[in-house]
Every structure is written in C-alpha cells, then in structure tokens.
Design a binder for this molecule. Structure first.
Ligand SMILES: CCCNC(=O)[C@H](O)[C@@H](O)C(=O)O
Length: 344
C-alpha cells in the first residue's frame, strides 16, 4: 500500500486557564500572558509533535517546506494559531536555500483561519443550531445524566460553596477542573479543599460533560449537527485526493483546534475514549492506495508523546478500512443539509 493523503486534527498545547472561579487565589494577573494563552510548555509540546510528524512522514513529505504539499487551518484563537506555528517550526526548519536569516532556524509558513463567529468547521460545539440545543436539553433528562447529577449532588453543592460559583452544575464543572488542573501543572498551590479525591471527582464529571455534549443520547443525530460537519469536509478532501491523478496534489491537511473539536469528531466516528484529549493530542487519517488499486483509510490517535500513535478502528470495519466502506459506515452522521436539520 502507498500513502496518498494525510489529515491531522489536533488540540492546542498547554495553556493558562480560560478563567478563574470567584474565590480562586490566582486571578488573571497570576498568568504572564493572562487567561487562555499558550504557555512555553505548550509551545514545546507542539514543536515536538511537529518533529514527530516530520519523522513519521519522511519520504512522503519533502524535507523542505513545499506549499503545494501542506495546507494548515486553525481556529481564530491565539493558542491554536501559536500551536500551529510551533508545530510547523518543528516540522519545517529551513535548510539550504530556504534559510532567509542565517541566525534563525525558522521560516514563516502560512496558518489560515476565519473569524471565530464565522467558523463552522473547527469550533465546537457549532453554535446557532436549535435542534442541537433541544437534544442537549433532552440529554439532561436521561437516566444516565440524572444518575450522575444525583450521585454528585452533595459534591457539586460543596463546589458551589468553595468556589463561589452560583451556577456550578455538571455542565460547568469542567471549568473548575480545568482551572485547578492548569494551576497544578504550573506549580500554583491549590486551596486546602482541593484534595486528590476532589480532583478525581472533578475529572470524572469533566469527562462526563464531554461525553454527553456529543454523545450518550442520540449520538448519531447530535453528530450530524456537530462532528459530522468536520468529518464531511475531511472525507471530501480524502475522496478528492483518491480520485485526482495529479502529481502536484496536496499531501497533508492540518487542522489546529480544541479538545471539543477532537471529541466531536471522534464521537461522530464512534471512537471516542470518553476521556478529554490531552494537550497537543493528534487524530490522524491516512489515505492509502492498496496494491489492488482500491483505497483504504487508516486512523491513529497520538495522545501520549512517549508512545507511538495508536490505531483507531472505525466500528464494523478493519484498521485499513476500504474507502467505500468508510464512506458507507460514516454516512449516517454526515448532514445532508445542516441548516435544515438544525431547524426545530
Ligand atoms: C469556553 C472555553 C472553551 N475552551 C477552549 O476554547 C479551550 O481551548 C478548550 O477547547 C481546550 O482545548 O483546552
């Protein structure tokens, strides 16, 4: 089999918290660049991912940057734009004729984007979809959701009390975990009430909020309105690559995005682990031309920089899934008319 086309969807690197809870001793001024910003840890994570991708695709991609081979698109967020830049710095250090400044082992590579409020491809959950809001509301009435709310009722009450958050709920608890997780990673001592047991409960609730956002209840219909929109674009690029015979064709499409992007996509593919994707985790689609001339799609997920990306298999298919089967099996989550399907 011969590799023909690669699509990458990754989460940005380590960042400062998106916000602080009211009683948090660390407010925005505690962070060098303020809230929601890529840290130097995050820059290094993506630089390393870029170097790993360079090695993985040695012989497929040119050693030197070729604008015909790779296109990069990011959400319009500092942390995702900067993650893509750090990633590309690891992937394409200039050599020879591409060096424009002998004192600088870096060259500019374009990262495309669209304004956040116009982004209908990478920013999840996609907004302005009333039917999705109905499905989310119905989800909160399911036994699974009510059981979780019940089981953690007292815990959430404690959180409300300690954090000063008026609206602490199963949906909002991800934010408290996120803030405490970022502070811990950056050696900021947590308040006494933040025990490892509290962190573990917060993590479970945070992961649950990702699961219910795109799945748990009516996964397929939610995915048609969410992750299936991105999957449709990815499969369009893959199919175009399969049918085009041109040599000058694009070889890699790189998307720089968020945890919710990866979760929405993987839930649509029904391969989501249920755990929040780690910083700089990367979902990989590889299109191969088989010896018999037909095409297959293989998927991998890298969410641990100390290990090789592990294979993800589309349910009811094989690791190297024939393209026609991949399209047939994913068709139920591909919207025919997103606006119409969003209408209530
Ligand atoms: C409301 C804040 C939403 N969170 C984000 O944008 C983060 O980038 C989050 O998606 C992440 O991947 O950390």
């Amino acid at each position: 089999r011969e590799l023909k086309f690669v699509t990458l969807v990754y989460r940005h690197g380590d960042r400062s918290p998106i916000k602080a809870y009211p009683t948090d001793p660390y407010q925005e001024s505690a962070w060098p660049q303020g809230f929601g910003q890529l840290t130097q840890v995050g820059m290094k994570q993506h630089f390393e991912l870029g170097q790993t991708l360079k090695r993985r695709y040695k012989g497929f991609l040119n050693e030197t940057y070729d604008r015909h081979q790779i296109v990069v698109r990011s959400t319009d967020c500092d942390r995702t734009l900067m993650s893509a830049e750090a990633n590309l710095a690891g992937m394409y250090p200039p050599n020879g004729s591409q060096v424009f400044n002998p004192d600088l082992k870096w060259q500019p590579i374009p990262v495309h984007t669209v304004p956040l409020d116009e982004d209908r491809l990478l920013t999840f959950p996609l907004p302005n979809c009333p039917r999705f809001d109905v499905l989310l509301n119905e989800t909160t009435k399911t036994e699974t959701f009510l059981n979780m709310t019940n089981r953690y009722k007292d815990f959430i009450e404690m959180l409300r009390n300690k954090t000063g958050l008026k609206d602490a709920s199963v949906e909002s608890v991800w934010s408290v975990h996120d803030t405490l997780y970022c502070e811990k990673l950056h050696n900021k001592r947590p308040p006494h009430w933040v025990t490892s047991d509290v962190m573990e409960k917060l993590r479970k609730l945070k992961d649950f909020s990702f699961q219910v956002m795109f799945g748990v209840y009516k996964r397929e219909e939610k995915s048609r309105l969410q992750g299936g929109v991105l999957l449709a674009q990815i499969l369009k690029n893959i199919t175009e690559s399969a049918v085009s015979g041109s040599k000058k064709q694009m070889k890699m499409m790189m998307y720089s995005a968020h945890d919710t992007t990866v979760v929405a996509l993987q839930t649509a593919l029904n391969v989501f682990s249920g755990r929040q994707p780690t910083y700089a985790s990367c979902h990989i689609f590889e299109l191969y031309k088989e010896d018999d001339g037909f095409f297959s799609v293989a998927m991998f997920f890298r969410n641990d920089s100390t290990k090789e990306p592990y294979p993800l298999t589309l349910p009811n298919c094989t690791q190297y899934c024939p393209l026609q089967d991949f399209l047939r099996l994913t068709n139920p989550v591909i919207p025919e008319n997103w606006e119409a399907e969003c209408r209530v």
